[in-house]
Each structure stands twice: as C-alpha cells, then as structure tokens.
Write a protein that binds this ligand. Structure first.
Ligand SMILES: [Zn+2]
Ligand SMILES: [Zn+2]
Length: 399
C-alpha cells in the first residue's frame, strides 16, 4: 500500500472508534447536528479552517498545500446521513436510536474524509487547495444540491471533485472506477386515476379505476421494451398501487393511485420515457372513460464520471492499491447518488471502494438491516482520497 495509506493506518484505532461512535448515533438528512459538530470539533482540533451550516447541516473545510502557486483546487466529498430503518445488529456499536441506522456506510465515508483531512493537514505535500465537503442528506434529501445552492462552488475552490462509496461484495483492497455512467438518474412517478365508484355487482354503472390501473401497469412496461433503444438502459418500475379496501369486496372505488420510479443514464432516454408516460396516462384512462394525471419528479440526475478525471482516479487508485486491484469494468448501478449534482457543476469521478463482507461475516448489501461498515478499509479509502489531492496538485520537483 502507498505511503498515505501506511501513514493513516497508524491512526486506525482512533478512527475506527470514531466510525463506531458515528454508527451508534445515526442522524437522518438535514438532522446531522451531532455528526456535523463532531466533524467541526475534529477539524478545529487539527487547526483546519472550516465552516458549518453550508447547505443547512453541511461542513466544508479548507487545507492549503505547502504552496498554492499552482492556483489549483480539488474537492473531496463524503456524505454524513443515515437511513430511516431499524438496525438488526447486536454488536456494541449498534444504533442507539429506534428506526435510524447507518445502513449505507456514510459513517465510514465521514470518518475516511476526516482521516484524509488530518493526513493532508499534517503533510501538506501538494501545491494548491483541498476543499473537504462533508455533505448532509444524501439519502433522498438532495443535500448535495442544497450545498451547491448555498454557494458551495462559489465560496470554496474546487476545480474538480471526487467521492467514493463503500461497495459490499467488492473485495477489500479493490477500487472500482470508470469513465461515464456510475449511477442512474432517479425519478418518481405518481399516477392518479379517477373513475366512478359503485357496486361491484353492477360494474356497468361504474368507471372502474382499478381496471384502468391494470392497463396502465401493462402499458408502462412496453416503454422500455418498445420505445427505448435496446442499446440503452432504463427501468420503469411501478412499485405501489392503492385502490379500494381489502374488506370491501363489492365496492368499486372511485380512485386508484400508482407510484413508481424511472431509472436512466441518458437525459434523452429520460425525456423519452417522461414524454411517453405523459401521453399514455391520460389516453389510456380516456379509453375507459376515466381521467388520470401523471406527476413526474426528477429527483437525482445520473452520476456520470468525466473521462479525464475518471482515468486519473483509476491511475491514483492503482498507486494506492496496486494496478491489479483497480476494477475498470464494474457495471454501473441503477441506484442513484446525489454526488451527481456536484458532477453537473465540476469534472470529477465517483469510485467504489471494496468493502468485502461486513463484520467479518458475509457481505450484507447496502441498506440491509444487518449491514456494518468494514473498518479495515478506512486507511485505504482515506489514503485514496488524500492521494487524489496530492497527485492532482503535485509539488514541483526540487531544482
Ligand atoms: Zn444509501
Ligand atoms: Zn450511500
């Protein structure tokens, strides 16, 4: 492993203890008050300049190199929030709170960025400025966008931005990064159907919204199959349906609702699916004498790595974990990630950090109620983040 990893590994016990403390005290999006306070206290103890309250509960820190003559800057981002779910682990650092859990490993991400901050502040072996971005509300709250709207990139320098996410199932010691799509855009669709309620034994006196919902569900599946090019990727999933009452077998309800998600990588595909749904929903309803409306919400854009920065990140990863341990062909995920908002503003790359199994056991995937971040990867992830800054802004060789 590279010098930054070995350097950071000496602090392993301290940072593992911090990670477990964060795990035991998970906070939901924009409620990361304790987490942000701990981040700010750690930064202050290291003498690192920082500001709190950026994008509500975000924290941003600045570390300057031995020189800043290059005028360059690099942004490194970690997310801090937890999930509204019940933890099923029994170990000592399990969540102290009912219904809240660090099920996505953002406790580990926050810890790794703090470890990188300490290393960078102690060594300062770069020519430029590092901006450390501790982001709130990744899990559906668009905290990344909140920071941008709060002037993140105007107030703090970052010519390029990098982030990583722990990845269960990818072996410890491996880093996966590639140019292009890493995570999909996530949109929410809500379809409200209105018919005419009545007696289930006299359906000719009703306009049945459940039947309309059935036709809409089937028709929506034809969009990916028959409208999107087979060479593109997309998902249309209708995941919730509400109509009628299970106790009322002979009551045709007046309304029905469908809720689902659309996942895409290309904006053109996203536009096409939205347009097709907008045509289909009222027309299919009209064919049955009902009415229906579509609410289409674009939540997170696709996470797209820029080519140069992704290749640079892969090169840096190779120096950190060895070139044979860099995975260049890990499939993109149809999940989503709000680092995408930062990648819309700045070139950069999002990588996956091998996390193996969890707690020495089998690999629980992210958002599993038995998931736990693997502390053994803290020095690797922190070393990788620090190395990105050092390598992007190298000190001039001594004359
Ligand atoms: Zn997550
Ligand atoms: Zn996550």
């Amino acid at each position: 492993m590279s010098p930054p990893v070995e350097h950071i590994r000496r602090w392993h016990d301290e940072f593992a203890a911090l990670r477990r403390d964060l795990h035991a005290h998970p906070e939901l999006g924009f409620e990361e008050h304790r987490t942000a306070r701990i981040v700010a206290e750690r930064l202050a103890a290291l003498g690192i300049e920082h500001q709190t309250g950026v994008g509500r509960t975000g924290v941003v820190a600045i570390v300057r190199g031995l020189t800043t003559a290059s005028g360059r800057s690099v942004g490194l981002r970690a997310d801090m929030d937890a999930l509204p779910m019940q933890e099923d682990n029994a170990f000592a650092h399990r969540s102290r709170y009912d219904g809240r859990m660090h099920g996505c490993g953002h406790d580990g991400h926050t810890t790794m960025l703090l470890a990188a901050a300490r290393y960078l502040a102690e060594t300062r072996a770069f020519d430029g400025t590092v901006t450390l971005i501790f982001q709130p509300g990744e899990e559906g709250y668009a905290g990344g966008r909140a920071m941008i709207e709060d002037g993140l990139f105007e107030r703090f320098p970052a010519d390029q931005v990098y982030a990583l996410h722990n990845w269960p199932g990818l072996a410890v010691g491996k880093i996966a990064v590639r140019p292009g799509p890493m995570m999909a855009a996530a949109d929410r669709i809500t379809i409200n159907i209105t018919g005419k309620g009545g007696h289930g034994a006299h359906p000719h006196r009703t306009i049945d919204p459940v039947l309309v919902a059935g036709h809409l569900i089937t028709a929506a599946q034809s969009i990916v199959a028959r409208t999107v090019s087979p060479l593109d990727n997309a998902v249309v999933s209708l995941c919730a349906m509400n109509a009628g009452h299970p106790g009322a077998m002979s009551v045709v309800p007046r309304t029905a609702q469908l809720v689902g998600t659309v996942r895409t990588f290309k904006p053109t595909v996203q536009d096409t699916i939205q347009a097709r749904l907008a045509e289909m929903v009222p027309s299919i309803a009209a064919a049955f004498g009902a009415t229906a409306t579509l609410v289409y919400e674009r939540l997170y854009p696709a996470t797209i790595n820029t080519t140069f920065e992704a290749q640079f990140a892969a090169d840096v990863a190779g120096r950190v974990v060895g070139r044979e341990n860099v995975v260049h062909d890990l499939d993109p995920s149809m999940g989503s990630e709000d680092f995408s908002f930062m990648l819309q503003q700045r070139p950069g790359a999002y990588a996956r950090l091998g996390q193996g199994g969890t707690g020495g056991g089998p690999a629980c995937f992210l958002h599993d109620s038995r998931y736990d971040f693997n502390d053994s990867v803290i020095p690797i992830g922190a070393g990788y983040l620090a190395s990105l800054a050092e390598r992007a802004m190298p000190l001039a060789a001594p004359a």
